[in-house]
Design a protein around this ligand. Structure first.
Ligand code: FEO
Ligand code: CA
Ligand code: CA
Ligand code: CA
Length: 657
């Protein structure tokens, strides 16, 4: 990893995902049953497996007890960990080919210039080219040829300093604020958002991007989007630039995503707090919608300092401006943006009924009668897992009837009890203390300050919830809890988050009562604790329960149509505790046997994220985000570029077999 790149990521790590949850929430049953809690602590000392396998907490399934040696679902031979510090390629299982398909800077919109190779493009070119840091992604098939022709939608989460030929420029001013060159800021904003590209197999069966397609579009950090739902027009979202609170500019930090049954894409806004500053210490201290989300209250926004160029990123209240200037601008981020990829002229809608937090994903569970739930992780140390149950049902016969289903419904937050049960607590104004006396004057306040409302209800602080995946058929829900080095310090351990200094993370799964996505109770268990094998000699907090190939920090989770669970990792491969894991990886798990096999390793410095397939399961796309050396050129000198890979089996078969 280059020095410049390393410096950027160190800076990012300093602000990203820090614990700001002041609630100290402990699930209610633990408070009541103190003696059982003491027993739990004792069994944690003995090791997580002891109590997960024991009868005391009556888990629904025994850990790996039924695991066969070889899973019928996993047909490939696993690849080894990759520990070469200069590794700059992708290795995929034998019999498969992974090739770079779509990289930062590639042309998207008709008329876009080709990638120059030295990052000298200006912001106007960047608005037409692929953005940076490819993340969540989905393939939308065309019905005439679903397995060979469709649209790929790809999030561009944030930017790397390599976006500019000489990196980012910051001017430290005497008053402590930071200046930025306008051209750099505009280019950074343009490299955020997402891309829609038409993709098609050519006559020889190779996937190609359809350049100049009328479907191709870029949505950036400055594209006009309609505000929709209960906060549209609300005073909490009014600003000097948009006094009606009807139109917001752009979407930021789109991490993972979701898909609706009616074929729209849901881009989720994760670490949006990093783009804003409120310099007024007193105002900040009492403004929950800033403080509880970790906005900067220093002299500049955490590491972008866009406020130097664009006043809407300065959320310091301004008494002389309408609506306090841009103090409400941060309230316009942290939501979901619904995009119809099939209609390139449509204006995306920012949905506000779904609550505001650092949303990783929006994963659908669809009931047989077409009721729905969407699951969300709030990826910050000690934050919560949410679900939204729309009031209406999906109508498979009338696409237009589904248009605004995400504007009305009930938001819930999860409480995990140590006995393996769980509850969904509704975030509804007027109920359970979510009242004006407690700072929630309306449902709008509950939604804007969803974290504080969840604190009040006694939600369970989790080890950084990332992606959620729902198993086809069973509707069992899986979530990756990527890691949490504050566990045991800021948040107490509990059965669902059982390790202090949890550097490797875990995957949890649960079944909703009656298999109903809208149920308000569930039964959960730990699917696996990531980490090194038992007997490896690693410290206890680094030892996991993986049945098969080891990994750390699960992030992307995805079920393919055959029911294989794909796991993508995101850890700092330069850190010593991660050396055993090598480069970041894509693995595949059998949800029944829990066997895990490594399918692909990425280049040094990257994370694996974003995953989608064709309906026939014969094409898989995954993203290599922020590679560290020179991937995909892999020549040791080119600028590294975040890249979508297309993966096929050499015999044309289904991926994973
Ligand atoms: Fe953008 Fe939580 O990963
Ligand atoms: Ca992620
Ligand atoms: Ca992550
Ligand atoms: Ca990332």
């Amino acid at each position: 990893m280059s020095e410049r790149f390393q410096e950027f990521h160190d800076r990012l790590a300093a602000f990203d995902d820090r614990s700001i949850n002041p609630s100290g929430n402990v699930p209610m049953n633990e408070l009541i049953d103190a003696s059982r809690r003491r027993l739990l602590k004792k069994s944690l000392v003995l090791g997580a497996l002891a109590f997960l396998g024991g009868g005391l907490y009556a888990p629904r399934r025994l850990y790996a007890a039924d695991a066969p040696t070889h899973s019928a679902l996993l047909g490939f031979v696993g690849v080894p960990v990759q520990q070469d510090p200069q590794f700059d390629e992708v290795v995929v299982a034998k019999g498969y080919t992974a090739r770079p398909f779509f990289s930062w800077g590639d042309p998207v919109v008709a008329g876009s210039p080709a990638w120059k190779g030295d990052a000298s493009e200006d912001w106007k070119a960047q608005e037409l080219q692929a953005g940076d840091n490819h993340d969540g992604m989905h393939y939308f098939p065309f019905p005439e040829a679903p397995d060979s022709h469709g649209l790929l939608v790809i999030n561009h989460e944030y930017i790397n300093p390599t976006l500019h030929t000489k990196g980012q420029t910051f001017e430290d001013r005497p008053d402590g604020t930071r200046g930025r060159p306008e051209g750099e800021v505009r280019k950074e904003i343009a490299a955020h958002g997402l891309s829609v590209i038409e993709v098609k197999k050519d006559a020889s069966g190779h996937w190609q991007r359809v350049e100049g397609s009328s479907y191709n579009r870029r949505i950036t950090g400055s594209s006009p989007l309609d505000l929709s739902g209960p906060l549209a027009g609300h005073e909490l979202l009014r600003t000097a630039s948009d006094p009606d609170a009807k139109q917001v500019l752009g979407t930021l930090n789109n991490c993972s995503m979701g898909v609706t049954p009616w074929g729209t894409y849901l881009a989720c806004e994760e670490n949006w707090h990093q783009y804003f500053v409120n310099r007024d210490k007193e105002d900040f201290a009492r403004r929950t919608s800033h403080k509880r989300y970790g906005l900067s209250n220093g002299k500049f926004s955490n590491y972008y300092a866009w406020e130097a160029v664009d006043a809407r990123f300065d959320a310091t209240p301004k008494a002389d401006q309408p609506h306090g200037g841009h103090v409400n601008e941060p309230n316009r981020f942290g939501w979901i943006v619904e995009i119809d990829p099939y209609d390139p002229s449509s204006t995306p809608k920012k949905r506000t009924a779904v609550g505001r937090f650092c949303r990783e994903c929006s994963t659908l569970s669809l009931a047989a009668d077409n009721r729905m739930a969407f699951y969300y992780g709030d990826d910050t140390k000690g934050e919560y897992i949410y679900k939204f149950v729309p009031a209406g049902k999906y109508d498979p016969d009338d696409r237009a009837a589904n248009r605004d289903l995400l504007d009305e419904g009930t938001l819930y937050v999860a409480q995990f009890s140590d006995d393996g049960s769980g509850r969904w607590l509704p975030l509804v104004h007027g109920q359970d203390g979510l009242t004006a006396e407690n700072g929630f004057a309306s449902q709008a306040e509950v939604l804007v300050n969803a974290r504080a409302a969840a604190d009040k209800l006694g939600a369970t602080p989790m080890d950084r919830p990332e992606w959620v995946a729902v198993q086809p058929g069973s509707r069992t829900v899986y979530v990756s809890l990527t890691n949490n080095d504050a566990r045991g310090k800021k948040q107490p351990v509990n059965a669902a988050n059982p390790r202090k200094e949890n550097l490797h993370g875990q995957i949890l799964r649960w079944d909703e009562a009656g298999g109903d996505p809208a149920a308000t109770s569930f039964q959960w268990e730990i699917f696996l604790l990531a980490g090194e094998p038992k007997g490896s000699g690693a410290p206890e907090n680094l030892v996991g329960t993986i049945n098969g190939d080891i990994f750390s920090s699960p992030d992307g989770l995805y079920f393919d149509t055959a029911g294989r669970l794909w796991i993508e990792t995101d850890y700092d491969d330069a850190e010593q505790p991660m050396h055993a894991m090598g480069c970041n990886q894509l693995l595949c798990a059998d949800p029944h046997s829990r066997e895990v096999r490594r399918f692909l390793v990425g280049p040094r410095g990257c994370e694996l994220t974003g995953i989608t397939q064709t309906p026939d399961g014969r094409t898989l796309w995954v993203n290599i985000q922020h590679p560290g050396i020179s991937f995909p050129a892999s020549d040791g000198k080119s600028i590294p570029r975040s890249t979508t890979l297309v993966i096929t089996k050499d015999d044309g078969g289904v991926i994973g077999t």
